[in-house]
Design a binder for this molecule. Structure first.
Ligand SMILES: [Zn+2]
Length: 316
């Protein structure tokens, strides 16, 4: 296995890394995200070019993209990159760089990275759930990455958990990520404080209720603040509802939770474990407990996964 290059397009930055044959990151470079189609391809070429100067022997490139990426490497739809549709990212990068390119959904890449090198290592069937603006996800079943017929598998954030519920940027209502993502917790925290509760949250936000976010919720909950703990318990319940649906579908032994909120550790994960064990699963007393653990690769998971997936397309 030669070195491979991995790129991850996030909402605010493009992160590129070079992974050597042992799985170690040997080079890293990032630039702010470009939001127009040609600009995005040029930016990816620029990040790849910078990394190739540091590691000239890369044999293939993988790229993780925030949206629906089809099997030919075309980004069909990206909700957070308005105006970018039907963009053949994979083919254009491959032609310009003269390298084989594997393009996938960013969370699919991250799930593969956690499976190979991170918190899902050793779990043959696992899922990754990433809490950010939305909920990203990726599934590994029986040791194989699940891409689906078109490459669109794992859009777990848009499972509807509340028919007719809160509107979602995807154009539908009641999607799981409106209730159990990082931005959902931000919104729930602001609803609490505008309703007159959560005094400690307002304090932690410097006295301005408008500045309250999920970070203040986890910080206050860690101190034992009752309002914050109540908010996290309800959040955990929404989270466990979606997680139980996924557990019933793929039967994982481990669920890895990623995203900024997870830095708070068991303050977030413990209520999720409680909600999951309480009547969310069919016949809980007859099934092994599903582990719910924090992701270990952090914000580099997508780029590392892209580089790992590039190994499958490298020559020889
Ligand atoms: Zn949605």
């Amino acid at each position: 296995v030669a070195a491979t290059l991995g790129l991850d397009v996030g909402g605010t930055k493009v992160l590129g890394i070079v992974l050597d044959d042992t799985g170690a990151v040997v080079a890293e470079h990032r630039e702010p995200t470009e939001r127009d189609a040609d600009g995005l391809v040029d930016l990816l070429l620029s990040v790849a070019g910078t990394l190739r100067q540091q590691a000239p022997d890369v044999a293939a490139l993988g790229v993780g993209l925030p949206g629906l990426v089809d099997r030919s490497g075309t980004l069909r739809f990206a909700p957070n990159l308005p105006g970018i549709v039907e963009l053949p990212v994979g083919p254009r990068l491959s032609e310009a760089l003269g390298l084989p390119v594997q393009a996938d959904n960013d969370a699919t890449c991250a799930a593969w990275a956690e499976h190979q090198l991170g918190a899902a290592r050793g779990a043959d069937t696992s899922l990754l759930v990433t809490l950010g603006t939305g909920i990203g996800g990726g599934l590994v079943v029986d040791g194989l990455l699940v891409r689906g017929a078109n490459g669109f598998a794992g859009e777990i954030g848009h499972m509807v958990v509340d028919d007719g519920g809160i509107p979602c940027p995807c154009g539908r209502r009641g999607c799981w990520e409106r209730y159990a993502s990082g931005s959902a917790l931000d919104r729930q925290a602001r609803e609490l404080v505008t309703g007159g509760g959560g005094a400690r949250l307002v304090e932690l936000a410097g006295g301005d209720p408008e500045q309250v976010t999920g970070v203040h919720v986890t910080a206050a909950a860690a101190e034992g603040d009752a309002d914050a703990m109540g908010l996290l318990a309800r959040f955990a319940d929404w989270f466990a509802l979606g997680l139980a649906n996924l557990i019933h579908v793929i039967d994982p032994s481990r669920c890895v939770v990623g995203g900024g909120l997870v830095a708070a550790g068991d303050v977030v994960l413990a209520p999720i474990r409680v909600s999951l064990s309480e009547a969310r699963l069919v016949a809980p007393e007859h099934r092994p407990r599903v582990e719910v653990v924090a992701a270990t690769l952090g914000p580099r998971a997508g780029a590392i996964g892209a580089a790992l997936l590039a190994r499958a397309v490298q020559p020889g």
